[in-house]
Design a protein around this ligand. Structure first.
Ligand SMILES: Nc1ncnc2c1ncn2[C@@H]1O[C@H](COP(=O)(O)OP(=O)(O)OP(=O)(O)O)[C@@H](O)[C@H]1O
Length: 284
């Protein structure tokens, strides 16, 4: 298959190592709450990883710690062999629940273009000045095509549905050809059919760009066949492995410290029963 976006160099120098992201004995404390501790992780280039768990478990916190948007209270995280660095241009990031109001008239294409022009993380990207306008426009178009947003990219973004806006935000994160794509609940605005379509698109992006994807979600079902591994965050700890290894009665009961049952529906969907409602117990 043809590689996409070949005409501009990658933003970062590829510090090639087998482990793209290394998390060592990490803990985050916010206020007086320890969100999670003793987190160890090794993430390889090109992996598609879902970050799962109940509300308030610390999924977004884990993503933000990897992006260095939240400091660790203990341990270390390295990304591409370097300490995690805020604004790292090798990471494309789509935060949780961003949307544009109906009165925003900026075209979708311009929103995608912001990813090249330094809107991303508020930092200018060094190669933009050197990139000629045609190559930049082509790259924007390729990112739009890749997420399947071609039909509506020239409409005002405020007129688009939540799912359409979400695709354009993913295109914005992709436009620098990042090595890591960090997506916080990108399936949130989508119905089941579109969730599955989006999962397929993200899987394709990950393969074609050889990008590592870290995707926070509440529901693993639309992603079951797409992901390589899951990180399950609960009760101040994590469990890591394939869905078949982690989403089991035994592993989740151990993680939660109480009996949690994993049921398999006849259509292949997984249902987790008996999760404690709130993530209060582990804090302290
Ligand atoms: N600034 C803060 N000070 C204290 N606690 C915080 C702060 N920010 C977040 N928290 C708490 O940290 C915990 C983890 O939040 P986080 O957003 O990472 O959870 P999550 O698993 O992504 O949840 P959700 O699925 O609801 O989005 C929550 O209990 C939240 O209330």
């Amino acid at each position: 298959m043809t590689k996409i976006l070949p005409q501009l160099p990658r933003v970062s120098s590829p510090a090639e190592s087998a482990e793209l992201i290394e998390v060592h004995e990490a803990a985050v404390t916010l206020g007086t709450h320890t969100i999670w501790r003793d987190v160890h992780l090794s993430i390889q280039a090109g992996e598609f990883i879902a970050i799962l768990g109940p509300n308030g478990a610390g999924k977004s916190t884990l993503l933000k710690a990897i992006l260095e948007l939240i400091p660790l209270s203990h341990g270390s995280i390295t990304v591409l062999g370097q300490p995690a660095r805020r604004g790292n241009a090798a990471i494309g990031y789509v935060p949780q629940r961003r949307h544009f109001d109906a009165d925003v008239h900026v075209r979708g294409r311009s929103i995608v273009r912001l990813g090249l022009d330094g809107g991303k993380w508020g930092l200018p990207l060094p190669f933009v000045a050197r990139a000629n306008a045609r190559a930049a426009a082509l790259r924007v178009q390729q990112a739009i095509d890749l997420v399947g947003a071609t039909a509506y990219a020239d409409r005002p973004i405020g007129e688009l549905s939540g799912g359409e806006q979400q695709r354009l935000l993913i295109a914005q994160a992709l436009v620098t050809q990042p090595r890591i794509l960090a997506l916080d609940e990108p399936l949130d605005n989508l119905d089941l059919r579109h969730q599955q379509a989006a999962a397929t698109v993200i899987r394709r992006i990950s393969r074609e760009m050889q990008a590592t994807v870290l995707l926070v979600t509440h529901d693993i079902n639309p992603l079951l066949t797409a992901v390589d591994r899951v990180i399950y965050v609960a009760h101040g700890q994590i469990a890591v492995g394939t869905p078949a290894e982690v989403i089991t009665t035994e592993t989740l009961s151990r993680l939660y410290g109480t009996t949690v049952e994993v049921l398999h529906a006849s259509d292949g969907r997984i249902v987790v029963v008996g999760q404690p409602d709130v993530e209060e117990g582990h804090h302290g």
